[in-house]
Design a protein around this ligand. Structure first.
Ligand SMILES: *Cc1c(COP(=O)(O)O)cnc(C)c1O
Length: 489
């Protein structure tokens, strides 16, 4: 491969041939990765900070290095030390199945370094974002003409953008008496956003959920009434459309009734579950989602996009512009008319990469039908997993298959284990699966119990994959029980 020769003169240009050979090499590596994904282990061998420091810790070099050496070093040390989140046996957290078309689309957007802030600089980029946001508005039955939205770095940024907007529209400048409500199952990014916004602890109400992890509607009503009596100003409720832990959807219609009656902003965090709208079952589960004032969805999760792309939708696009639009002198010349949107007026970022391109190209290329099938398949797969577990004498379902998430634990009926023993057992099973590097399978806590959780949003995952992992767990479970026989009796 070519070597950097005369780069000391302060320019970065490569010849056409050099660029092509370098670029093709990288495309080959990515394509091979996609083609052989499921033959690899998803979990890297565990390395400590010391291990990695020994490999990476160097001063920034003053002199050029051989380009192939740098690339080889990265392929040897960076990629293999990263968990394969799109692997069929990556079950934990929220998998990142991604897709190849969007991967290449991202390369195009980066390759041409398309500025996606304002109409004047890249009108087609803004147009693509308008068109794809309109697709999403339509999916959720939001008004396409009046509504609007933007792509963000992820769900966290979408939630933050929503809450800034809600506060601006509902409270204006004085939010000293404002109170915000969210469920105890709300994603941590919401609390983070509330903290970023500078609310005090006294202005936040965490509403307990019921045994199915849904918000207690009466508890919400009571909390609002109490705050109003005390002269406070309830302004926003954050509802869940698919909690990250269990996939649970709050009773959206009932919540919307309350929010409407009380004049409270209803934000729905659909970062996990929102994409389920594309399937029949998901659509039913998400009934009422169209009544939100603002909605977070997260295309880099269940819309199968590579990182980073989140999305915020709002019922009225002027809410965004009146919250985020600032007009400094030097941006004067690039202001468009109302229909030619400058997306820097809709959120925090000025310079933005072209996130809409991957969403656009993947939906155009695969068709929405492919997405519908994949999402329907994922929901079905979790239900099949539940059937398998319920037929077994060693597994106990803790939270049923909901929007492709299921929680359960290893708890053989014949063993009569106590809660503490079951916790230890499941923790240890998860640990051994991870050590085997065969699957990414960690625990979560539900009702103070240690449970194993599967989030099955990868269309590559088959029921055979799931059964293999469960059988692996059963072998470990048995072994642990034998090893700890004395201690457990
Ligand atoms: C993942 C997630 C988020 C945060 O989204 P990021 O893209 O990770 O920033 C917010 N809410 C819910 C419900 C999520 O599952």
């Amino acid at each position: 491969m070519w070597k950097i020769k005369d780069y000391m003169e302060g320019h970065f240009d490569l010849s056409l041939e050099e660029m092509k050979s370098y670029g093709y090499k990288i495309v080959d590596l990515i394509a091979e990765h996609w083609a052989t994904l499921d033959t690899k282990k998803p979990v890297p061998t565990s390395k400590s900070r010391e291990d990695l420091d020994a490999v990476f810790l160097q001063e920034a070099p003053e002199k050029p290095s051989d380009s192939e050496e740098v690339l080889n070093f990265v392929m040897k040390n960076v990629i293999p030390n990263s968990t394969v989140v799109s692997h069929p046996k990556f079950y934990s957290f929220v998998p990142g199945p991604s897709n190849f078309i969007s991967t290449m689309a991202d390369s195009l957007a980066t390759g041409f370094n398309i500025f996606s802030g304002g109409w004047l600089v890249s009108s087609a980029a803004a147009e693509l974002e308008i068109v794809t946001i309109n697709w999403l508005l339509k999916m959720y039955d939001f008004p396409v003409k009046k509504g609007g939205g933007l792509f963000t770095s992820g769900g966290s940024m979408a939630n933050l953008t929503a809450l800034v907007t809600a506060r601006r529209i509902k409270c204006g400048d004085d939010f000293s008496k404002a109170v915000i409500y969210l469920s105890d199952q709300a994603h941590s990014s919401n609390i983070k956003a509330i903290r970023v916004l500078g609310f005090k602890k006294e202005q936040i109400r965490i509403i307990p959920t019921d045994f199915e992890f849904r918000i207690g509607v009466n508890k919400l009503k009571n909390a609002i009434a109490k705050d109003k009596l005390e002269g406070l100003e309830p302004f926003c409720f954050i509802a869940n459309a698919g909690t990250t832990n269990t996939g649970t959807v709050d009773p959206l219609d009932e919540i919307a009734d309350i929010c409407e009656a009380e004049g409270i902003w209803m934000h729905i965090d659909g970062a996990y579950g929102g994409a389920a709208i594309l399937s029949q079952k998901g659509k039913r589960a998400l009934r009422g989602i169209e009544r939100a004032d603002s909605l977070t969805v997260d295309p880099h999760k269940w819309f199968f996009q590579p990182y980073e792309i989140g999305c915020l939708l709002v019922k009225d696009s002027s809410w965004l512009s009146s919250t985020f639009s600032e007009k400094p002198e030097y941006l004067r010349d690039i202001e468009g008319n109302e229909s030619e949107i400058n997306f820097y007026d809709y959120g925090v970022q000025l310079t933005r990469r072209l996130r809409a391109l991957k969403f656009y190209m993947s939906i155009k290329t695969y068709g929405l039908g492919t997405f519908r099938e994949a999402i329907g398949y994922n929901i079905q797969l979790a239900e099949e997993t539940e059937d398998y577990l319920r037929k077994s004498r060693v597994w106990e379902v803790v939270s049923p298959a909901t929007l492709a998430i299921i929680n359960y634990r290893y708890n053989p009926i014949d063993e009569n284990l106590n809660e503490k023993q079951i916790d230890i057992l499941n923790q240890e099973i998860s640990k051994r699966v991870m050590e085997s590097r065969e699957a990414v399978f960690v625990t979560t806590i539900l009702n103070k119990q240690v449970v194993l959780r599967m989030c099955l949003i990868n269309p590559k995952t088959t029921i055979e994959d799931v059964k293999e992992t469960l059988q692996q767990c059963e072998v470990y479970g048995k072994a642990i029980l034998t090893e700890r026989k004395k201690e457990f009796n």
